[in-house]
Design a protein around this ligand. Structure first.
Ligand code: RRO
Length: 347
């Protein structure tokens, strides 16, 4: 890889658009590009089909599927916050039966690479769901959602405890289609995300999705009550991006061989690049879809441009690149203005 001009320098004037190899590999599965949807932001993908060809994305991550249909929590269950939003959906969905009869065949018919997110209240629920996905060639990856914040009992947030997280992952790995990697979706609401990540990998996770939403809430100062009927909700959007980037960074530093699907407030190609530099091998676009359903394809185009502008021809070369040691001083540019003044010894 060559790092050519400084960021922002336009590629050589007029001429063919430089080729960029955007392919990425997650636990042995190849994807043509690293931009996916995020779970929960577009059901099973059909609603995006009117805006773009879903096969253009690296992958399409479904809303978490449960064994049975579920109505979710009462309304209001969404609230806008500064640079973000709260959701309190509560795992609404049609259940695995409808997903297999209707949604997965649609994804397959469009040539989409389906990342199927599953969720449950008990370890056995996850195992049964994983087993129901056997023999379904459209399933590229399994995302095990152990981190939904909108459950009545915080004990059901398996991702808050390394042992509980590992139990779910091990059961899913055992029951899942053998060639399909299992990614565990982690919560940022923990003291040590690396400990949870490590436990999941030791239990058989081929990779990690991070992060789910942060537990938050808002109080309406007019009604003097919580805004959400469910009181608390999951915070997403640009407000959480620095938290997500920090989680990706920490886990990649500790487990550099483990592929990460990074998400949390990605709105632009540069946001996506930030996650890749921190150590993600692919990214999911979520909340941005609500305001701009074409956001994932736009982010992909912007990411390609950002790589071209930096003289980078292979996406794989930027994964974790921000972890490289700082360049020796004689290779860095001129000192920033005022740097010499900051040295009281004048040395
Ligand atoms: O359905 C939800 O309320 C929900 C889920 Br499953 C999740 O994983 N994350 C989230 O913020 N909301």
């Amino acid at each position: 890889m060559t790092l050519l001009p400084a960021a922002g320098t336009p590629p050589a004037a007029a001429g063919p658009i430089p080729e960029v190899d955007l392919a990425t590999t997650l636990a042995g599965v190849e994807f043509p590009n690293p931009v996916f949807t995020a779970s929960g932001c577009a059901a099973a993908g059909q609603e995006l089909g009117q805006f773009f060809d879903v096969a253009e994305l690296g992958g399409l991550v479904t809303k978490s599927i449960l064994l049975e249909p579920r109505a979710g929590r009462p309304t209001p269950r969404m609230a806008e916050t500064p640079s973000g939003m709260l959701n309190s959906i509560g795992l609404q969905g049609p259940g695995i039966g409808a997903f297999l009869d209707r949604d997965l065949p649609w994804l397959a018919s469009r040539g989409a690479r389906a990342v199927v997110s599953i969720a449950g209240a008990r370890v056995e629920d996850y195992a049964e769901l994983a087993g129901r996905l056997r023999g379904q060639p459209a399933v590229a990856l399994l995302e095990v959602n152990i981190s939904c914040p909108n459950v009545e009992d915080r004990g059901a947030v398996f991702a808050c405890d390394p042992t509980a997280a590992a139990a779910v992952v091990a059961a899913v790995r055992c029951a899942a289609p053998p060639g399909v990697p299992v990614f565990a979706k982690l919560s940022p609401d923990v003291t040590d995300i690396v400990a949870v990540a490590r436990a999941c990998v030791e239990a058989g996770a081929g990779g990690l999705s991070m992060i789910n939403t942060l537990l938050g809430m808002a109080v309406d100062t007019t009604t003097l009550r919580p805004v959400l009927a469910g009181v608390t909700g999951g915070l997403s959007g640009p407000a959480i991006r620095p938290v997500a980037v920090r989680c990706v960074w920490q886990v990649h530093a500790a487990l550099p061989e483990v592929p990460i699907l990074g998400m949390g407030g990605i709105r632009t190609g540069l946001d996506a690049l930030e996650f890749l530099l921190a150590g993600a091998s692919a990214v999911s676009v979520g909340t941005a879809i609500f305001g701009d359903p074409s956001a994932p394809v736009r982010v992909l185009a912007e990411l390609r441009t950002a790589l071209v502008e930096r003289g980078i021809s292979r996406l794989a070369d930027v994964v974790g690149l921000a972890h490289r040691p700082p360049a020796p001083p004689h290779l860095t540019g001129p000192e920033p203005p005022g740097a010499a003044d900051a040295d009281p010894e004048g040395t």
